[in-house]
Write a protein that binds this ligand. Structure first.
Ligand code: SF4
Length: 328
């Protein structure tokens, strides 16, 4: 699950940290989600942490702590799609199936000289059939691993190293194209949406008002400052006040802009305008909001953009590097 959308080198430290903290399925199943998300902080795609937790609970609770062995049964687990199911089945249990991900698709497209768009189901099926034909039934795990590794290290996306590739002798792209890296054919992706929002850092007695995201989605369970996007015709400052009031019931006194934070997520980018202020009128907070001191904040799982905002405010020095820009 960690390897979904993440390179091995980036995933390894998280894998080791998770394994140290949760050395068994049972300990993972019993994990507090706040703590699990904190260990996951920075790896992104936080739904994977939720799925990992739910899968451990499912395996411990209903399947006697044992992994199912077939791709079809594995796919019933939360967050386990065809790729993960086939990877586990072949690598862990020797089931003869191809685990097809982006690296494998690219290698197969080049080996066969595929000109179609590999994101269409028809082309993927064609490439899958080709690889299934090649799959050695006695070593499916090694085959899948080799396919991924070749794509990761030799047959890379933009600069395939055909001269040192062990498959060059039978590769259609290498044999027929001046630049084998032109395959697979890619349609131009539409630009990622860019969102502008205002967030409010309210301080009271050395504590900061933060809230836990409860709605399902990208950052569920993580802690952030209240805020949101302006409505049509609304200024950022007005949006900051309104969002604060709507989300927490608290009314701000003076709000002062302290800078802007930029962050790119997988499918969109954000530009957060950070306002710092004081409380004009407090009210009982909703269940997902709290006043947190700097030490409490460090213990909670935080989105990257919030880490940057904290550093901008001078209260997150040990929380990671920042590209935030102060307001002059
Ligand atoms: S010969 Fe080149 S294009 Fe073909 S599989 Fe090897 S690295 Fe990829």
């Amino acid at each position: 699950m960690l390897l979904q959308q993440t390179r091995v080198a980036q995933a390894v430290p998280y894998y080791e940290r998770l394994l140290r903290r949760y050395p068994s399925l049972r300990s993972l199943a019993g994990a507090r989600t706040d703590e699990l998300l904190k260990l996951w902080e920075g790896a992104g795609y936080y739904h994977r942490a939720w799925n990992l937790h739910a899968t451990a609970q499912e395996l411990v609770g209903r399947q006697g702590g044992r992994f199912p062995r077939t791709p079809a049964a594995l796919e019933q687990l939360p967050g386990v799609g065809p790729y993960i199911a086939r990877a586990i089945a072949s690598l862990a249990f020797g089931v003869p199936v191809v685990a097809l991900e982006a690296n494998g698709l690219r290698v197969a497209a080049r080996l066969t000289g595929e000109r179609g768009d590999v994101r269409t189901a028809k082309v993927r099926q064609r490439l899958l059939r080709f690889l299934e034909h090649e799959l050695p039934r006695e070593a499916p795990g090694a085959f899948n691993e080799a396919l991924m590794e070749l794509g990761e290290t030799v047959c890379t996306s933009h600069a395939p190293q055909c001269r040192v590739c062990p498959l060059g002798y039978r590769c259609a792209a290498f044999q027929t194209l001046a630049d084998p890296g032109r395959l697979p054919t890619r349609r131009r992706r539409p630009p990622k949406p860019h969102h502008v929002a205002a967030i409010v850092a309210l301080e009271r007695g050395g504590r900061w008002l933060m809230q836990r995201r409860v709605e399902p989605g990208l950052l569920r369970g993580l802690w952030e400052f209240p805020g949101g996007r302006p409505e049509a015709g609304e200024s950022l400052l007005a949006a900051a006040r309104r969002e604060l009031r709507e989300e927490t019931g608290v009314r701000a006194g003076t709000l002062r802009p302290v800078g802007t934070v930029h962050h790119a997520y997988s499918h969109f980018s954000v530009e957060l305008h950070v306002y710092r202020g004081t409380v004009r009128r407090a009210s009982p907070l909703p269940a997902n909001a709290r006043w947190l001191g700097p030490e409490d904040i460090r213990r909670h799982p935080l989105p990257r953009a919030t880490v940057k905002a904290l550093r901008l405010l001078g209260i997150g020095e040990s929380l990671g590097r920042s590209k935030a820009r102060p307001t002059r």
